[in-house]
Design a protein around this ligand. Sequence first.
Ligand code: 13P
Ligand code: ZN
Length: 267
Amino acid sequence: MEQLRSNCALMAEIDRIAEVAGYLWTKGWAERNGGNISVNVTSLLTPEDLALPALAPAKALPEKMEALAGHVFYVTGTGKRMRYVAQAPFENGSLIRVAADGLSYEIIAEQPIQPTSELPSHLMMHNYVRSTGRDNKVVLHTHPTDLIGMTHCKRFLNSDYLTKVLWSMIPECRIIVPKGIGIVPYEIPGTVELARATIKQLENHDVVFWEKHGILAVGEDLIECFDAIDTLSKSAQIYFSARLASGEDPEGMTQQQLDDLVPAFGL
Ligand code: 13P
Ligand code: ZN
């Protein structure tokens, strides 16, 4: 599709999506088709791009998404592998446009690739965060082994406790994930129930753990979303290393050391 390929701003963002998809695979967070990405690209499109004809019949959304009316998203395809999204983003994902009434969406480019099964969660999250007045652009879902492993332990299924443990492993974690972590008890992947429970957690957090399934980050920038999850994963690895080395729970940074970061970094 010549028209889209000549849109440098759009193609630069698509390149970033491919870059991050590659990181997810090399990190070992994207077995088979694990994980999905959606990015709001509306502000990068020309009026002609925004008006592209639909490639397939419109599909109903699970609820009205007023804050997304007319918005266009790049969305990875269901069943598609991140390692191939990295190589060919338009063969493993598509651009979708939400209808003006916010009730349905159409695939508009480049091929009729069906969006991720987590589309209800992604769009409901985009809609929720935008409706709070934030210029949210990204929802990133991935399967980091270390972080998912922690959600298999009952004592970590407490948002305050898990946040404190991960924050206290390295100062950067407190700085890069300042709102801490929300936790959603296990729900069937791809369901509206999972989406609703996640939105509740987004009232106070930008990163949410799905028990025994995966991690999700929202934000304005895809690389920043990746970095937040990567930093949490680093903290988890430090926790496991320290535990292995001593046979005990690591003490971590003290509350005072964590609190001192707040004025020092304007958190
Ligand atoms: P999709 O292939 O439908 O994106 O599903 C992957 C996944 O991680 C579901 O949670
Ligand atoms: Zn998943």
